[in-house]
Ligand binder design. Structure first.
Ligand SMILES: [Zn+2]
Ligand SMILES: [Zn+2]
Length: 292
């Protein structure tokens, strides 16, 4: 179950997580107008949390704001229209905006927008889970960012492979082309009990992709540690309550690969488990002796 956040709570948190660094127009940003230049990044973040569509209008015909090129806002899943960064315009909200629906891929294709949106997503998770020292951990941050890029409709995972103190590979779960029909239109995993039947699904799991890529790159896998962290489909983090791995598919592959240790986020810290322990704990879920 996704952790919930209301529109009101989200709105209240925006001035806390938005700053000059996340503004598209840093020169115009002030403390008194914290949402200035944040429409695209905030709309992407809002779409994660509330679903629905991105709305966009050109600002080209509005002399005062033409330099910003466009304005984004949201139509939420329940149909309500929310402009979360409306306050940035003060009493001067641009009139006559012609809204068109834009897909997410278009908005994130601007790498600067994508970067700002991801930073906001990380900050939002951090304030919602404050205090949690994982948010000060560089490896956790890499896992979080990698997971945000996952196209999975159900859970997003980010994986980092560490070799001799260096992050040598990062990836996320993603669609395996020949299996993509299992995800169209809706992910088949929604009709299967979580952590069982782990081969059935369109997604390649982050751990297995990471193992193979590390091997292909000629990095000695038995000298590597694997870090894996999950996000719910709304982009908010999933922390474990005990040191365990819950996927037998990946646990078995990590065992054969002879990876050193698997690190999982338990509450506010990484905990290391062996591949044997990962199989043991994942087996309990696969056989439904333990349930998510
Ligand atoms: Zn998936
Ligand atoms: Zn797995």
């Amino acid at each position: 179950m996704n952790p919930t956040l209301t529109v009101k709570q989200f709105r209240a948190l925006l001035p806390i997580i938005c700053n000059r660094e996340t503004s598209q127009s840093p020169d115009g940003w002030t403390k008194d107008n914290p949402l200035w230049g944040h429409c695209a990044a905030v709309s992407l973040l809002a779409q994660n949390i509330f679903g629905g569509e991105l709305l966009r209008a050109s600002l080209a015909e509005i002399p005062e704001f033409a330099f910003m090129r466009s304005h984004y806002w949201n139509r939420l899943k329940d149909g309500t229209v929310e402009d979360f960064t409306k306050s940035q315009f003060g009493n001067n909200y641009p009139l006559g905006l012609k809204a068109e629906v834009r897909n997410r891929e278009y908005a994130v294709s601007y790498s600067e927008t994508a970067k700002r949106y991801k930073l906001l997503a990380f900050r939002l998770a951090k304030v919602l889970n404050y205090p949690n020292s994982l948010f000060d951990d560089e490896i956790y941050k890499k896992c979080f960012y990698a997971a945000l890029d996952s196209p999975c409709q159900k859970m997003k995972f980010g994986c980092v492979i560490m070799h001799k103190g260096l992050a040598v590979f990062e990836c996320q779960n993603k669609t395996i082309e020949p299996l993509k029909s299992l995800c169209q239109p809706e992910c088949i995993r929604f009709s299967i009990r979580s952590r069982t039947e782990s081969m059935l699904g369109a997604c390649g799991h982050a751990e297995e992709i990471a193992l193979w890529e590390t091997v292909h790159r000629g990095i000695p896998i038995h000298e590597c540690d694997l870090y894996i962290a999950g996000l719910y489909s709304n982009g908010l983090p999933w922390f474990k309550k005990c040191a365990e791995h819950t996927c037998l598919r990946c646990a078995v592959q990590m065992y054969h690969a002879k990876i050193r240790n698997i690190h999982v986020p338990v509450f506010d810290r990484w905990e290391a488990i062996s591949t044997e322990k990962a199989i043991e704990t994942a087996l309990a879920y696969a056989t439904q002796n333990k349930k998510i």
